[in-house]
Design a protein around this ligand. Structure first.
Ligand SMILES: Cc1cc2nc3c(=O)[nH]c(=O)nc-3n(C[C@H](O)[C@H](O)[C@H](O)COP(=O)(O)OP(=O)(O)OC[C@H]3O[C@@H](n4cnc5c(N)ncnc54)[C@H](O)[C@@H]3O)c2cc1C
Length: 402
């Protein structure tokens, strides 16, 4: 067994990891760099995954660069389909295992199972939470889509003909996929324990407006309902039995029941973690010197912001810090733009429950302003034509991490 050393190892090849590698090279940094991923390592924009069916995008249209191109661009070594199984920050060492037995990268993984590093960055993202155990025969037809490889599998399972798709979960990922699959010509049923869509982003009235837009477009909605079983019958149809006894049928199920920061590796390596991610300060430094975290995996000064703008700001700041200029990260008042063309939604949810929501509605065009007890704006939710107020309200709202 050989041991390879890199001055910087980044675990992950998502937008946070590749963003950091690019920002470092832009800073003129020349240190040796290895990026490890349990997936294909292709660079892609994850938000495009929930727009692919409506735009008729094949998975290869979403992949921007493969690892060979990235290695050239970044003067780095990529180790796709390799899972980091342990990190030992005290010894500057980690171990790898093949992430897929059917892939040629397996051989490379077996060749070198240990890597040593001077600096380590964890950009391990978040993982889907799957709430119910699936019977073995139904499992191959139930998907969660959190990376490009997942999207490839889901896309292949749907094929070119319209299918019945049950989307479970009405958070950002569930709502965006429901809208997108509908735009792609599929028959969508949305099942969710939430009584209105996007409960973490919207108060009830704009959430209700989105539910009505979905329903008006022809989707079947079962809100406030949890699937208790998913069975596959002899005709190859999946039946979801809901907690009120109702049933709905589908050819394919998409489980979009939440994402949780991946912290297990960090925790086992002795780093401080919380429910909301790997604990880092404003310099993105973990509890261990020389080890940093960013992106969906990280909880920055108590803030878990699992969106693109915060990770881009983190990548820029961390690149400067690693190049010798300590640079605390700053998150602005960056609203989330939900990709539901059936009813456009923009939301900047308040960090604390608001004293009150001030709601102004003209049909589906809703402005909901979250105010503290002194009447100060602390967040907002906009639907329909009201999304035009996004810039004005973002300027007035407090920064997420000022
Ligand atoms: C469908 C969808 C649509 C979205 N749309 C938007 C949007 O419109 N706007 C927005 O701001 N945000 C959106 N988001 C959120 C945004 O995409 C994420 O915040 C962002 O992509 C997270 O990037 P990341 O690099 O932190 O994590 P990830 O992209 O999850 O990358 C994690 C990486 O870590 C690797 N990894 C993890 N553990 C290990 C291990 N043990 N060993 C080796 N490798 C490991 C994985 O293989 C992967 O390469 C969306 C998310 C989804 C799922």
């Amino acid at each position: 067994m050989s041991v390879q050393h890199a001055e910087l190892v980044i675990i992950g090849t998502g937008m946070a990891a590749i963003g950091l590698a690019r920002a470092l090279r832009r800073e003129g940094d020349t240190r040796s760099l290895v990026l490890i991923s349990q997936d294909s390592g292709d660079a892609y924009s994850k938000p495009l995954l929930s727009t692919g069916f409506g735009k008729r995008l094949a998975p290869d249209d979403i992949a921007q660069r493969d690892t060979t191109e990235l290695e050239r661009e970044l003067d780095a070594t990529f180790r796709p389909y390799n899972r980091v199984t342990t990190i030992e920050p005290d010894f500057g060492q980690l171990t790898l295992a093949p992430a897929r037995t059917d892939h040629t990268a397996t051989a490379a993984a077996q060749h070198c199972r240990t890597l040593t590093f001077t600096t380590l960055v964890l950009a391990t993202g978040a993982e889907p939470q799957l709430p119910l155990s699936l019977p073995a025969e139904a499992a191959p037809r139930c998907f969660s889509v959190n990376d490009l490889d997942d999207y490839r599998r889901f896309h292949a399972a749907l094929g070119d003909t319209p299918a019945r798709v049950a989307v479970v979960g009405a958070g950002l990922v569930g709502c965006e996929f429901a809208n997108d699959l509908h735009a792609g010509g599929h028959e969508v049923t949305l099942v969710a324990p939430e009584t209105t869509p996007l409960p973490r982003l919207l108060p009830a009235p704009p959430g209700q407006a989105l539910a009505e837009a979905f329903s008006h477009a022809g989707m079947a909605l079962h809100l406030g309902r949890t699937p208790e079983r998913i069975d596959l019958d002899a005709e190859d149809t999946l039946t979801l039995t809901l907690d009120d006894g109702n049933r709905c049928q589908a050819d394919v199920v998409l489980l979009a029941t939440g994402l949780k920061p991946r912290t297990a590796l960090a925790e086992a390596g002795g780093l401080a973690v919380t429910e909301d991610g790997i604990a880092v300060d404003r310099l993105l430094a973990t509890s261990h010197p020389g080890v940093y975290a960013l992106g969906d995996a990280a909880c920055v000064d108590g803030i878990s912001a699992m969106y693109v703008q915060p990770l881009q700001a983190s990548a820029r700041a961390l690149a400067k810090t690693l190049c010798g200029t300590p640079t605390p990260v700053h998150f602005g008042a960056w609203p989330v733009i939900v990709k539901t063309p059936l009813l456009p939604v923009v939301a900047y949810p308040p960090l604390e429950p608001p004293h009150r929501w001030q709601i102004d509605a003209d049909g589906n065009n809703i402005s909901a302003l979250a105010e503290d007890k002194n009447g100060r704006l602390i967040g907002f939710a906009l639907t329909g034509r009201s999304v035009r107020r996004k810039v004005e309200l973002s300027r007035a709202a407090p920064a997420l991490l000022g």
